[in-house]
Design a protein around this ligand. Structure first.
Ligand SMILES: *Cc1c(COP(=O)(O)O)cnc(C)c1O
Length: 366
């Protein structure tokens, strides 16, 4: 089976081998060395001098960690949402008693920096901005550098969901001034699900000191104390750390800029290929289209089940739509371990699927 959903992503054989290494003590010098090596490489991809903390959780755990460590109940926060994962970020904050001011954009659209400027001008009591870098549900990438510039100008804390971008799409955490950035192991990192990463700027640590949010498992103060000795406060997913170490080594060998270029190139091939089939991409402007996932409107008369089922018959797993896009789109994940040849195979299978559906009796089409 060829797994082409936007996480979990396929594993290189070396990563699979690394994951089944014999277990080690997470309080041993071997683990400390492993953690320090992993964090060093993550910092390279996050483009930050700040420490990156390892959490044993899915990406959503890191989003929750971001919320509970730097925000407080009753605080007003702007949530810039361009899709389902933006909704999730604001919802986590709301559940924790944060007063969320929503700034929503239609599926396939990116956030308007003017609208963010207006929202921050209209309500000076807003203290932080939540934003998704790459909205995986619609295959749309926000202009984060420009958004960050506006947020910096207003001197607000910038909290970024970079789960499906960091490691695959450029993000300059320090240069752009992103205060909190999170990612997850099963996206571009060529690693199984199970670990998430979070970086905090000195400004974010100052907010941590002020924060009145209850927290325990995700208390990053604990993570900071243990990171000094190359450990995590609680038992980490050691096998995922083995795998991650190898995945990062492979990414580093390829070279950060080459990794970004490969993702951009493969995404362009994916878009050209689906357009050749007469299909439409969800983001209308290619400048906003994601390098890690391509979201495509289902053509008239083709259901999500037919498309995904037809692909599955050819041993390729693609994703459907989420929330209001459910049943309307399909999504091809192309992040992490993916080659140019593989995306060509996926496109050929989409073509075959569409022609099979068109040839089938119309009764089977509803
Ligand atoms: C995958 C993803 C998440 C959720 O991550 P989980 O690991 O499933 O918890 C959140 N945000 C974005 C942008 C994602 O792509």
């Amino acid at each position: 089976m060829m797994l082409r959903v936007p996480g979990p992503t396929p594993l290189p054989p070396e990563v699979q081998q690394a994951e089944i290494r014999p277990m080690i003590d997470h309080r041993s010098p071997e683990f400390s060395q492993l953690q320090k090596r992993i964090v060093g490489r993550l910092k390279h991809f996050f483009q930050t001098e700040n420490e990156v903390y390892l959490l044993t959780s899915s990406g959503t755990g890191a989003m929750e960690a971001a919320v509970v460590n730097v925000l407080s109940p009753g605080q007003r926060v702007l949530c810039v949402s361009i899709g389902n994962f933006g909704e999730r970020f604001g919802e986590i904050a709301r559940i924790y008693g944060v007063e969320v001011i929503w700034l929503r954009f239609a599926n396939g659209e990116v956030a308007s920096t003017d609208a963010i400027k207006d929202a921050l001008t209209a309500d000076p009591s807003i203290t932080a901005v939540l934003v998704t870098h790459n909205e995986t549900s619609s295959g749309t990438t926000n202009p984060l550098a420009k958004i960050a510039e506006v947020v910096r100008r207003f001197d607000k804390l910038l909290i970024v969901d970079g789960i499906s971008s960091v490691g695959s799409i450029e993000i300059k955490t320090d240069e752009w001034g992103c205060d909190v950035v999170v990612s997850g192991s099963q996206k571009g990192w060529m690693t199984p699900p199970g670990m998430a990463f979070v970086s905090l700027s000195p400004r974010a640590w100052a907010a941590y000191e002020q924060s009145k949010m209850p927290r325990y498992y995700f208390d990053l103060g604990q993570a900071r104390r243990f990171a000094e000795r190359g450990q995590t406060p609680w038992t980490p997913a050691v096998s995922i750390a083995f795998a991650l170490d190898k995945g990062l080594e492979l990414l580093e060998q390829e070279g950060r800029e080459n990794v970004f270029a490969r993702h951009a190139r493969i995404a362009a091939t994916a878009r050209a290929g689906v357009r050749e089939l007469g299909l439409k991409i969800v983001p209308q402007d290619d400048a906003n289209a994601s390098s890690t996932v391509t979201a495509v409107w289902l053509p008239e008369g083709v259901t999500e089940a037919q498309l995904r089922g037809g692909m599955r018959e050819q041993n390729i797993i693609v994703a459907g739509g989420q929330a209001e896009l459910s049943g309307k789109i399909f999504r091809i994940g192309h992040l992490g371990y993916i080659s140019d040849a593989e995306i060509a195979t996926v496109l050929a299978a989409v073509r075959t699927t569409l022609s099979n559906v068109a040839a089938a009796p119309s009764t089977a089409r509803s």
